[in-house]
Design a protein around this ligand. Structure first.
Ligand code: NAP
Length: 465
């Protein structure tokens, strides 16, 4: 294992901090400590667990600006967006502080009069969590909060690009009175953490947010010890603009949706299907607004789009743009203009005349690119939208309720936004179908993956003598 990692600011590639990697021995000792802590934490009464989570949520709000600054420094997104992410992350802690008090059981009428069957829910055990860099606060709190609320203990491995936000969040959790061994972080590469989490018997659950290929490896490896797993994987979100949509509204929502974190979100629209009757007008309105967006350092005021995470991310986006261009896609601005700011910055671009074989229609782009394909019949848009192994999020804009219901029924996605480009919320069960994963995060469903149902059958219940 390597010894140190430099955390870089994607805006200028300067080193923000150098951290020591947690050694394999240390990680295994931390997992042992989490196991001992589990025996205590699971017995802490639900109201006390709830109060501690609520205190943690309050501390997050008290440190909102500090956390947002860390998110922007290590992740690149604009400070305004980072403030929004802290609110979003806080929402999960606040929500699961409440859910801790609502872990109900049930009684089932038995098939003989002298028996009773009681179902109760118990925490799974020690959890290993692995998260990506694109939402350094929200992706980890939506694992930590329900795990702790359920009575589990958790060891968190944030992406090496963005560990600082997690570290600060864990410190605040400790300040709120959550035991140190109940919630811990490690600094490790994904490969090392994945290997340790999947082979250490004490980790009973692995919760992962990241790409589908890594998710598949973890599913395979976790299967060897039959570990409980939650997989929040990649997406390829379609966005359909139907002929009866409110075009100005659809343009504004598309922009809000697409350029969150410079297009590096799992649920941002990767590909657009626009009805032929309104295609030209929509493209004109959209392109004007897209070209007016200001790209720059996320800490600067008035910047709309920050840098991409690193050069690898930039290269992938450019590869997608070039592939589309070579196959006949028309760029709204030249390749030179797109790259004119240098570093990890890319100017946003709209690409029309797209066909389904081009890379942006088939693979996650993770960048500020809006590829648009025309359609004539709604069934055609549905077939194109569903033509993928992914099933995380989908969007459509229509003012006709029948079209709205039809699209919701036909689109095979876990999260659907109808006239809504920002559907994620702590109170809703976020997650994908098909190769976008399984398990849900958020809402009442988000605590279920950390609980196991057990039933007790009580016999000999005849009237006592
Ligand atoms: P990634 O390469 O899968 O990395 C995500 C995390 O997995 C990082 O912490 C990474 O560690 C770790 N990792 C890498 N290789 C691993 C391995 N062999 N075993 C175990 N862990 C490993 O994904 P990314 O490119 O950073 O993140 C973007 C992806 O996440 C996109 O596909 C996006 O759609 C998806 N995502 C999904 C959701 C959702 O809720 N469904 C939300 C956000 C993002 P390192 O520190 O070594 O990189």
């Amino acid at each position: 294992m390597a010894e140190q990692v430099e955390v870089l600011n994607p805006a200028d590639n300067s080193v923000i901090e150098t951290l020591d990697y947690t050694s394999e021995d240390q990680i295994n000792s931390m997992i042992d400590a989490a196991s001992k802590a589990f025996d205590q934490w699971r017995k802490v009464d639900a109201h006390e667990r709830s109060a501690k989570l609520q205190k943690w949520a309050d501390l997050m709000m008290e440190h909102k600006e500090e956390l947002a600054r860390l998110i922007t420094l290590e992740g690149g997104k604009t400070y305004q967006e980072a403030l929004g992410e802290v609110d979003y992350a806080h929402g999960y802690v606040d929500w699961y502080a409440g859910e801790a008090k609502r872990i109900y059981g049930r009684t089932i009428p038995a098939n003989t009069p002298d028996k009773d069957v009681v179902v109760r829910q118990y925490p799974v055990g020690v959890v290993g969590a692995i998260t990506p860099w694109n939402f350094p606060a929200a992706m980890i709190t939506r694992k930590m909060a329900p795990a702790l609320a359920a009575g589990c203990t958790i060891v968190c491995k944030p992406a090496v690009q963005t560990p600082l936000t997690t570290i600060r969040l864990v410190e605040l959790a400790h300040e709120a009175g959550i035991p140190k061994e109940a919630v811990q972080y490690i600094v490790a590469s994904g490969k090392d953490a994945g290997r340790i989490f999947t082979t250490n018997q004490t980790i009973r659950k692995i919760t992962f947010t990241g790409s589908t290929p890594v998710g598949k490896t973890l599913i395979e490896e976790s299967g060897k010890m039959v570990k409980n797993i939650t997989m929040e994987l990649g997406g390829l979100a379609p966005l359909i603009v139907h002929k009866d949509a409110d075009l100005d509204f659809a343009v504004d929502e598309t922009i809000k949706n697409k350029f969150r974190n410079a297009g590096q979100t799992c649920i941002c629209a990767n590909r657009l299907y626009v009805h032929e009757d309104i295609h030209d007008e929509y493209v004109k309105k959209l392109t004007e607004k897209v070209h007016a967006l200001k790209v720059g350092n996320g800490m600067d005021e008035n910047v709309d789009i920050g840098p991409l995470i690193n050069q690898k991310g930039v290269d992938k986006v450019l590869d997608h743009i070039k592939d589309a261009q070579q196959k006949g896609g028309e760029l709204s601005r030249s390749l030179e203009e797109i790259q004119s700011l240098g570093g990890n910055f890319l100017q946003p671009v709209v690409i029309t005349n797209m066909t389904q074989d081009m890379k942006p229609m088939r693979e996650e782009t993770f960048g500020p690119v809006i590829p648009i394909m025309k359609y004539s019949k709604i069934e055609e848009a549905v077939a194109l939208a569903n033509d993928t192994q992914f099933g995380l999020a989908a969007y459509y804009f229509t003012n006709d309720y029948r079209t709205g219901i039809y699209l919701n029924d036909e689109l095979n996605y876990g999260v659907v936004g109808w006239n809504d480009g920002a559907p994620s919320a702590p109170h809703a069960p976020f997650g994908g179908v098909k190769e976008s994963g399984y398990g849900r995060e958020g809402g009442i469903e988000g605590i279920e993956p950390y609980l196991e149902k057990r039933y007790l059958s009580i016999g000999n219940l005849n009237t006592p003598e």
